[in-house]
Design a protein around this ligand. Structure first.
Ligand SMILES: Cc1cc2nc3c(=O)[nH]c(=O)nc-3n(C[C@H](O)[C@H](O)[C@H](O)COP(=O)(O)O)c2cc1C
Length: 366
């Protein structure tokens, strides 16, 4: 039976189906609905402070005793850009500040604050996780320090790392994670690459999954472009012991994605997305818009993560508030055209299970 795999056994869930922890979109309602339906719901907790994290975890626990996971971003340590580069990027962003009616920004203060803030927030989040004994933690964009790994494992917390290449998978396994998500280049959101250049690590899910499954001893979870039972059956055939879906859950009523984001996703096509550094400084698969098109010729001038993010955050927030799709960052996987309008997350999990049964049956009969 395909529903019993190393992933279901390790995580104590019914189906090897994980909902990706999506910052800004996956809060308690979505995570609880997926977990209650037998998948693994994940809190997209990377932007949450201690109070929010406590509140969201409590909200999950009030709804269900099923396992769930909390997703965090490992902070990156990049050199602070010099003032000349900052000025150049501010010049590039100036038309958007004006278009959105934003107050002038003290760029130097913003970028200086950003790295220290991200590091402090991450430590605050880990402290809450230890305090609350969260059952499962997933993370992207790097590896955890050994000290944190020891402390989390000591509490019996299962760890899921994210890799975009075999070397990253091996690195995570060596570090002691229990499972590895292989993020193919079809995936929506930021590329999780942490070793080498992200442009060279844009490996598709169909190539990455069997490579990771062959190279690693820990179970591999395939992510990127999976939207239905056909994708799940394919991922299992490629050697994955589980599948993680992000975009598929974005239009569920429990998702915190905005109404405009949901509309943009539901009208998108397979050629709508691009990998762009325009918003955060990290490559992210995003629905192409005017902001991305304008900045794509200037890629070499953009700042590294997290500094580009610090400068564009007010633009993203104002664009969301004013519902201006021309500047909004709509993260999306390549297969968004398969999205179904407003299907509740629990129903989506049940439908995915049925579709996988059908897809596997069809293969058997071929
Ligand atoms: C809107 C959105 C936000 C995301 N945020 C995160 C995040 O906070 N942490 C993370 O590890 N991955 C994040 N991802 C990436 C997912 O973990 C996953 O790799 C991706 O959604 C899989 O591809 P799919 O979108 O085609 O299903 C995000 C993806 C999307 C679409």
């Amino acid at each position: 039976m395909w529903t019993k795999t190393a992933v279901t056994e390790l995580l104590g869930i019914r189906y090897p189906l994980l909902q990706a922890g999506m910052i800004g979109a996956a809060r308690a309602d979505l995570a609880a609905a997926v977990s209650m339906a037998g998948g693994l719901g994940t809190l997209g907790a990377a932007g949450m402070n201690a109070d929010e994290l406590h509140r969201e975890m409590k909200a999950i626990r009030l709804k269900t005793n099923c396992p769930y996971s909390v997703n965090l971003h490992i902070p990156m340590k990049e050199v602070l850009p010099d003032e000349g580069r900052l000025e150049e990027v501010c010049e590039l962003l100036q038309p958007y500040w004006e278009e959105l009616g934003l107050q002038p920004l003290n760029a130097l203060a913003s970028v200086r604050r950003e790295a220290a803030y991200k590091q402090a927030l991450f430590e605050e989040q880990l402290a809450v996780i230890l305090e609350e004994s969260v059952p499962i933690v997933s993370f992207s964009y790097g590896v955890l320090d050994n000290d944190w790994i020891d402390r989390l494992k000591h509490r019996g917390i299962k760890l899921i790392g994210t890799a975009t290449t075999v070397s990253e998978g091996a690195h995570l396994e060596h570090q002691g994670v229990d499972l590895v998500v292989g993020q193919g280049s079809e995936a929506g959101g930021e590329r999780a690459t942490f070793l080498g250049a992200a442009e060279q690590a844009a490996v598709g899910t169909i190539a990455l999954t069997p490579l990771l499954a062959d190279a690693l001893h820990v179970p591999v979870i395939a992510a990127g472009g999976v939207m239905d039972g056909r994708g799940i059956a394919a991922a299992l055939a490629l050697g994955a012991a589980g599948v993680q879906l992000g975009t598929a859950f974005l239009t569920c009523p429990e998702s915190d994605a905005s109404r405009r984001t949901k509309e943009a996703l539901l009208t998108s096509m397979e050629e709508s997305t691009v990998l762009t550094r325009s918003y955060t400084g990290r490559y992210a698969r995003t629905i192409r818009n005017k902001f991305i098109a304008d900045l794509s010729d200037e890629d070499h001038r953009l700042l590294p993560y997290p500094y580009q993010e610090a400068l564009t955050r007010p633009i993203r927030e104002a664009a969301e508030e004013q519902e201006r799709v021309s500047c909004m960052a709509v993260w999306s996987g390549q297969a968004s055209r398969l999205l179904t309008r407003e299907l509740p997350a629990g129903d989506l999990v049940r439908r995915l299970v049925k579709e996988t049964d059908v897809a596997l049956d069809r293969l058997r009969r071929l």
